[in-house]
Design a protein around this ligand. Structure first.
Ligand SMILES: CC(C)(COP(=O)(O)OP(=O)(O)OC[C@H]1O[C@@H](n2cnc3c(N)ncnc32)[C@H](O)[C@@H]1OP(=O)(O)O)[C@@H](O)C(=O)NCCC(=O)NCCS
Length: 213
């Protein structure tokens, strides 16, 4: 995949190296502290979630780097069902341990976790195979085009894998993220409720496949 450059901020987007797992986990943890996965702890993201996400053959983690330091990242899957099996379904035992720990601190966590896990297990396969699982940019770097560069790089990755569409889910209240996707031509496909909050699914415009000949 070609590297992309945001000229005004000298940020390069490339595939993340395994030794960048800690930096990626930290950006995720700091950017979305009230989301389910960060609520299991930075330790969970560093030791369970991202090692699994980095090792899956069905997705990739791309970082936006400035002066050798990751300032944002995206987790993109070209086969979201198989990726989520690698990252979530096969890690249920580890997830369960961290859920138990979080529930010890706050018993309400048990019900929230049960709802999230059930939604993953019982969810019907989505016809849109490509999925941005997570995108985040460090606070000082926001509003400079880094997020859009990461989305474009994700679509380039999907084009190479001959995947014609991409989806992502975010809180309906996350108007900044939704505006960024809409600016890139994405549109809201549906709304759904989970753990008492409203979410939207946003879908990309058609992605032209890369001609391999
Ligand atoms: C969403 C996020 C990745 C955007 O990254 P970014 O680098 O700031 O985005 P860009 O600079 O590339 O794009 C900015 C565009 O997005 C939209 N946008 C982003 N944040 C916005 C906000 N707070 N309010 C309104 N519009 C916003 C605007 O259309 C803006 O374009 P404009 O400034 O030319 O009008 C970043 O805000 C972030 O990390 N948020 C926390 C994590 C998150 O919510 N992730 C999404 C769910 S997984």
């Amino acid at each position: 995949m070609p590297d992309l450059v945001v000229p005004s901020t000298r940020v390069e987007v490339r595939v993340a190296a395994p030794d960048e797992i800690g930096a990626v986990a930290r950006i995720h943890f700091d950017s979305l502290p009230h989301d389910f996965l960060p609520s299991l702890g930075l330790d969970f993201l560093e030791r369970v979630h991202y090692p699994a996400a980095f090792s899956s053959a069905f997705g990739a983690n791309l970082v936006a780097v400035s002066a050798a330091c990751p300032v944002g990242f995206v987790t993109i899957a070209h086969d979201a069902g198989r990726f989520s099996r690698d990252v979530i379904r096969r890690r249920m035992w580890d997830i369960g341990r961290y859920v138990a720990r979080a529930a010890w601190r706050n018993p309400r966590h048990l019900r929230l976790s049960a709802e999230v896990v059930w939604s993953i297990i019982s969810g019907r396969p989505d016809p849109v195979r490509g999925e941005i699982f997570l995108i985040a940019v460090r606070q000082p770097w926001r509003g400079k085009g880094v997020g859009q560069a990461l989305v474009r790089a994700s679509l380039a990755y999907l084009a190479e894998h001959q995947v014609p569409l991409c989806r992502t889910k975010t809180l309906a209240a996350n108007t900044g993220a939704i505006a960024m996707y809409q600016r890139l031509g994405w549109s809201v496909r549906d709304r759904f409720a989970l753990i008492g909050r409203e979410y939207v699914t946003i879908v990309s415009p058609a992605i032209d496949p890369v001609d391999r000949n």
